[in-house]
Write a protein that binds this ligand. Structure first.
Ligand code: AMP
Ligand code: MG
Length: 488
C-alpha cells in the first residue's frame, strides 16, 4: 500500500535527483518477482529502463508510471532524546508496485534532508541490500532490497566516496516516528487517520472493536516483541534503535551500522557512534520496549477520544506489560529450538542461560557453536564432544554438556531428526562484517561478483553450500573489529 495520507504537513512531492551514468551493483531476482518485474537469463530486468528508474533518473517504465514520488514527515527519539521533526531525509517513495511500496534510498535531497545531502554511499547501500536479503533468508521480518545502483558521483563523508541508490520494498514504511510526529504537533485528526489506515490495511483484526486503538497498540507492540526475540536468536544487533527506525509493521528496517555477533559477547555494541552502548546486544529487548512506550504516549490521545485520560493511561500501561511476556515466550521458544528441545521444561531456561554465560565467558562464535551442536548425539560422552575445546573453563562446560545430553534423552526425536530440526533454525551463514567488507572492497574495484555470491549464500543460510564453507568461518583476528558508524 503506498502512503495514502495527503497534505504537505505529511508528505512532499519529491522527484529523485538524477544520478550520472548509473550501473548495476546488485539486483535481487527474488524481490523482482515479488514486484512482478520480469528478469532475463542474467537475472537482471528484461526491460533495461529499470536501471534508470532505480537510479532515480526516470519515473516511467513499461506500463508503470511513478507520477507522485514523495518523502514523508516523521519525528522521533534518537538515543533516548526527543529529536523533533526528522522525516525521509534520503528516502523517496516512488509508489506502489503489486501492492508493495517501492522506495529509493539515497536518491537526493528531500524536504526533510536538513543538513544532509540526501545521498547514500556505495558501502552502506551494499550492506543494506545484503542484510535485508540475509534477514529474509533467516525468516526474520524485514524490508526487502531490490537493487543497488552505483555511480561515479562523489559524496563527502569522512573521506570522499561514491554515491549509490538502494531500492527497497515493504508493505509500508510507516514507523513509530510517524505516530510521534502527529502526536507532537497535536494533530489528532491526522493521528487518527494514520491509525485507521494501519488498521484497515495491516491490522484488520483490530477493526470494528470499541477499543480498536488499544488493540492496534498491542498488535504493533507484539510484533516488535517477537521481532527483537528473533534478532537475539541469530545474534543480530540493529545498531540504531531510535523510534524513527522502528517499523509499525514489526519489520526490521533502516539498516545502518548493524552487525551480527561473531563471538558471543552479551554487551557487544556494533555501532561505533553509540558510545554509551545504549543499543548493545543485550539491551535491544529493553530498548524496543522503551520504543513501545514512545508509541503508547503518541497513541494516548486516540484512546482519550473514547474515555477519560486516566482510564486511557491505565489501559496503555497495562498493555505495555504484555511486551516482556510476549518477548520472553518467543525468546524461550527460539532458544529451545536452537538447542533441539521440543518439550517445554521449566529447567530449560536455566540451561539456556548457563550456556549463554559460558559462550560469553569464552567468547565462543555464536553462530558456529549452535550450528555444530546438531552433530552431538544424545549419548555423546564428554570426550566425544569436540565443542568443549572452545571453552576456557572445561570443567564447567563439561557439566553443562552432561546436563544438556541428559535433557536431550528426555526428548522424543532421534539424533537424525533433531539434527534436521536444529539445522533449520541455526544458520550456517550470517552476514558477518568481514564478509560484507570484502564484498565492498571488491565493489570499489568494480567487481560485484562477491556481492552476488553473498546474496546467493545468504538467501539460503541454512543450506550447507559445501563449496562456500569458508564463508561460515569466524573472522580472522585482524578483521574482528571493523568499525561501522552512523555516517553512511
Ligand atoms: P538514520 O540514522 O539513518 O535512520 O537517519 C536519521 C535521520 O537522518 C533520518 O531522518 C534520515 O533520513 C536522515 N539522514 C541520514 N543520512 C542522511 C543524508 N545523507 N541526507 C539527508 N538525510 C539523512
Ligand atoms: Mg532511519
Amino acid at each position: 500500500m503506498p502512503f495514502t495520507l495527503h497534505g504537505d504537513d505529511v508528505c512532499q512531492l519529491t522527484p529523485p535527483s538524477p544520478l550520472p551514468d548509473p550501473y548495476w551493483v546488485a539486483f535481487s531476482p527474488d524481490v523482482a518477482k515479488l514486484l512482478h518485474i520480469d528478469t532475463d537469463s542474467t537475472g537482471l530486468p528484461s526491460n533495461p529502463e529499470w536501471l534508470q528508474v532505480l537510479a532515480g533518473n526516470q519515473l516511467t517504465v513499461g506500463g508503470i508510471e511513478f507520477s507522485h514520488p514523495i518523502s514523508t514527515a516523521y519525528s522521533g527519539h534518537q538515543f533516548g532524546v526527543w529529536a523533533g521533526q526528522l522525516g525521509d531525509g534520503r528516502a523517496i517513495l516512488l509508489g506502489d508496485v503489486n501492492g508493495l511500496e517501492l522506495q529509493l534510498k539515497g536518491a537526493g535531497k528531500t524536504h526533510y534532508s536538513r543538513m544532509g545531502d540526501g545521498r547514500a554511499v556505495l558501502r552502506s547501500s551494499i550492506r543494506e541490500f545484503l542484510c535485508s536479503e540475509a534477514m529474509h533468508g533467516l525468516g526474520i521480518p524485514t524490508s526487502r532490497a531490490l537493487s543497488v545502483v552505483g555511480s561515479r558521483q562523489a559524496v563527502r563523508r569522512e573521506t570522499m566516496e561514491t554515491a549509490a541508490v538502494c531500492s527497497r520494498t515493504a508493505p509500508s514504511f510507516i514507523r513509530i516516528g510517524h505516530f510521534e510526529h502527529f502526536a507532537s504537533t497535536q494533530n489528532i485528526a491526522r493521528l487518527e487517520e494514520l491509525a485507521d489506515l494501519m488498521i484497515s490495511n495491516f491490522y484488520p483484526e483490530c477493526a470494528g472493536a470499541q477499543d480498536r486503538y488499544l488493540g492496534l497498540f498491542k498488535a504493533i507492540s507484539a510484533r516488535n516483541a517477537k521481532l527483537v526475540a528473533q534478532w537475539q536468536s541469530v545474534g543480530f544487533c540493529h545498531g540504531v534503535l531510535n523510534s524513527d527506525n522502528i517499523s509499525a509493521l514489526g519489520l526490521t528496517i533502516d539498516y545502518g551500522p548493524f552487525g551480527f555477533l561473531d563471538h558471543f559477547e552479551i554487551d557487544h555494541v556494533c555501532n561505533h557512534s553509540d558510545q554509551g552502548g545504549r543499543y548493545a546486544y543485550h539491551r535491544q529487548p529493553q530498548v524496543m520496549h522503551w520504543n513501545m512506550a514512545c508509541l503508547a504516549s503518541a497513541m494516548l490521545p486516540l484512546l482519550e477520544l473514547d474515555q477519560s485520560s486516566e482510564k486511557s493511561q491505565t489501559l496503555l500501561r497495562s498493555a505495555m506489560e504484555e511486551f516482556p511476556l510476549i518477548y520472553a515466550k518467543e525468546w524461550q521458544h527460539l532458544f529451545r529450538s536452537k538447542l533441539g528441545l521440543q518439550l517445554e521444561k521449566k529447567e530449560d531456561i536455566q540451561l539456556i542461560e548457563r550456556l549463554l554465560q559460558a559462550l560469553h565467558d569464552s567468547r565462543v562464535d555464536f553462530t558456529n557453536f549452535f550450528r555444530s551442536l546438531s552433530n552431538l548425539s544424545k549419548n555423546s560422552t564428554q570426550l566425544e564432544i569436540l565443542q568443549r575445546n572452545e571453552f576456557i573453563d572445561r570443567e564447567h562446560i563439561d557439566q553443562w554438556f552432561s546436563d544438556y545430553t541428559k535433557r536431550l534423552q528426555s526428548e522424543n526425536l532421534d539424533d537424525q531428526a533433531r539434527k534436521k530440526q536444529m539445522n533449520g533454525i541455526n544458520p550456517k551463514y550470517i552476514l558477518r562484517n568481514h564478509l560484507a567488507q570484502a564484498a565492498i572492497e571488491k565493489a570499489h574495484q568494480n567487481d560485484f561478483s562477491e556481492v552476488a555470491t553473498l546474496l546467493k549464500i545468504l538467501t539460503n543460510p541454512f543450506d550447507e553450500h559445501e563449496s562456500f564453507n569458508d564463508y561460515s568461518k569466524a573472522p580472522p583476528a585482524d578483521m574482528q573489529h571493523i568499525a561501522v558508524s552512523c555516517s553512511s
